[in-house]
Design a protein around this ligand. Structure first.
Ligand code: FAD
Length: 402
């Protein structure tokens, strides 16, 4: 495995670092301030976001996530890894570069499985960053870590499909620019277990789509993006809105979640790097009991353990990315499952040490640590809980000896 950077990637890394230093970190507080100055936190997008998006687009730092060169940068997963990592250092960064979940996953679905009409209508404006989207799979009433449980109905009636169901944790649905949902539901409850589900495109302004409430994460509303509980009641869409075909929902979910999962892991490594950097800077200037905190053995141990754990997680991420590039997403499923367990826990540990080293400031909003921690914690659940990924790793391990 060769993880050395090509000249193209080296140049992108340099550009991205510079952009982060000059335009992203200095504007994190302004973004939050502009959000608070609005009528309410959900009513509009802070102007600084659109300003920075335009700047990123002009700089060629746009759609770097898409391996398909017709639509995106055409980078491999190994090439994208260091870039995605840098974006993970700031909560606001991924959107600035049009590389934020769930839009990236939805764009990949449309690029891979969409018809020309679906691509023109939805993929194009998503790639331009003009609209946003959400992915509606999880339901409050069933254990959604097992996607075969999903109960929402997508019934064919003549030239239309009718959708009925209740979803929650549809991330991004709070955004006033969110125009389209990819909804997962059953088209045929009598089909074989993995062919009952389908995915369908539902414009958010279709009659019967109702956002019931926005769900906070440890008190963070994540506005204006947010996580919505949505009811779909007798929602009618044209039959051509189905993606790939009836019964393909499970197959699409597998394809969609692989890249989505590894991108989360890349960003978590970036979040951990930022936390470690903040920790190292802080402890050299902060003096307690007449010594800089950095001279305490326990803090040096935190620093060493953090560096070791970040490097371990990065190597496994790169191995998974390499497998995806060379053997395909399906063949890389064990590596993807492993890193999806490792990366969130690693990031939580590193960020927690940084919070501890900062004292009370660590849990405040003056530094990004608390927000980064809350975000990392959700990723032990989102895109599959740890236990489900561990079950997958164990199953494949046992299979070797059957
Ligand atoms: C911030 C955030 C954003 C999200 N965004 C989206 C989104 O955009 N779209 C979307 O559709 N969903 C989204 N989700 C939902 C997420 O994908 C689900 O929460 C996740 O798949 C788990 O489903 P569940 O909550 O129904 O948990 P359940 O399925 O009820 O599982 C509960 C717990 O049971 C345990 N468990 C489950 N299976 C096993 C097993 N095989 N072995 C041992 N233990 C097990 C695990 O500990 C698990 O956490 C988001 C969640 C969060 C927190």
């Amino acid at each position: 495995m060769d993880f050395s950077y090509t000249p193209k990637v080296r140049q992108l890394i340099r550009k991205l670092h510079l952009f982060m230093e000059e335009s992203v970190y200095p504007n994190e507080a302004l973004y939050e301030q502009q959000l608070n100055e609005q009528e309410n936190r959900w009513s509009a997008i802070p102007p600084i976001m659109e300003e920075l998006k335009n700047k990123a687009k002009e700089a060629g730092l746009w759609n770097l996530f898409l391996p398909d060169s017709d639509y995106g940068a055409g980078l491999t997963n190994v090439e994208y890894a260091p870039l995605c990592e840098i974006m993970g250092r700031s909560i606001i960064a991924p959107e600035i570069f049009n590389c934020n979940a769930p839009d990236t996953g939805n764009m990949e679905v449309l690029a891979r499985y969409g018809t020309e009409q679906q691509k023109n209508e939805w993929l194009k404006p998503l790639l331009e960053g003009e609209i946003r989207s959400c992915f509606s799979m999880t339901e409050p009433d069933v254990a959604s870590s097992d996607a075969t449980n999903i109960e929402a109905r997508i019934e064919k009636q003549g030239a239309e499909y009718v959708i009925n169901g209740r979803k929650w944790w549809s991330s991004g649905a709070g955004d006033p620019r969110c125009r389209i949902a990819i909804v997962m539901g059953k088209t045929d409850p009598d089909a074989s277990r993995h062919e009952q589900q389908s995915m369908i495109l539902v414009p958010m302004d279709t009659p019967g789509v109702k956002i019931e409430r926005m769900l906070p994460v440890f008190g963070y509303d994540h506005a204006p993006h947010g996580h919505a509980e949505i009811t779909y009641e007798n929602v009618r869409v044209p039959a051509e809105n189905i993606i790939w075909g009836d019964g393909k929902g499970f197959a699409i979910a597998q394809g969609r979640l692989g890249p989505g999962r590894i991108h989360h892991c890349m960003r978590l490594i970036g979040a951990a790097e930022r936390a470690l950097e903040e920790l190292c800077k802080r402890v050299q200037n902060r003096v307690a009991f007449r010594k800089p905190l950095a001279s305490q053995g326990v803090i040096r141990e935190w620093i060493a353990d953090s560096r070791i754990e970040i490097e371990q997680a990065r190597l496994l991420t790169l191995k998974a990315a390499h497998m995806m590039d060379t053997a395909g997403n399906k063949a890389a499923k064990t590596e993807i499952a492993m890193i999806k367990v490792v990366a969130p826990s690693m990031a939580l540990k590193v960020i927690d040490r940084a919070i501890q080293a900062f004292g009370a400031a660590g849990v405040s909003e003056d530094v990004p640590l608390a927000a980064l921690w809350a975000n990392a914690r959700t990723l032990r659940l989102a895109d599959g809980p740890d236990e489900v990924h561990r079950a997958q790793v164990a199953k494949l391990e046992l299979k070797k000896y059957q």
